[in-house]
Design a protein. Structure first.
Length: 159
């Protein structure tokens, strides 16, 4: 069982099991609802958002503002900043959650498991030594040691 490497399940759940009518990653420029949408940071070309269905506390995603289905269409500036925001995310998660390691990755295309394949995004998943062993014991049950809104406040303050 590959528990952590199934973050596409988020996309599936977020869409209620069916394709969402509008894209959850097209956040626009209006910042008034960033709290409810769990957007923790806005850059020039990309933003950082908490995963609504995290695999671990601090599971973040970095996505471009532009509605692009693949990195092949992305411009160098967008990709560069995406990696910079991933770097920033990792630094913050190391500090706040003392993560021992990270999985970062993308699911591009439905064959790769992307539920929201119309708008690519990069997952940043903090890991701790022993977490996978524990996860395999509890099977499909997610362990959420921290409330999402608490995570939101902590991460946002650090970023
Ligand atoms: Zn979109």
């Amino acid at each position: 069982m590959d528990f952590i490497w199934s973050p596409w399940r988020y996309d599936y759940l977020a869409s209620g099991g069916v394709k969402a009518p509008s894209c959850v990653f097209c956040v626009g420029e209006d910042r008034t609802h960033d709290d409810e949408r769990l957007i923790v940071f806005r850059g020039t070309h990309n933003f950082i958002i908490l995963n609504l269905f995290p695999y671990t506390s601090g599971h973040l995603m970095v996505a471009p503002y532009e509605h692009l289905d693949t990195i092949v269409s992305a411009k160098a500036d967008q990709l560069t900043e995406m990696m910079q925001l991933s770097q920033k995310s990792i630094a913050v998660l190391q500090k706040l959650y003392r993560a021992d390691g990270f999985n970062i990755g993308m699911n591009l295309g439905s064959a790769a498991g992307a539920g929201i394949r119309q708008h690519f995004h990069l997952h940043v998943v903090p890991r701790w030594i022993g977490d996978a062993n524990f996860m395999s014991v509890v099977g499909e049950t997610r362990v959420l040691p921290e409330d999402l809104h608490k995570t939101y406040q902590r991460v946002k303050a650090e970023l």
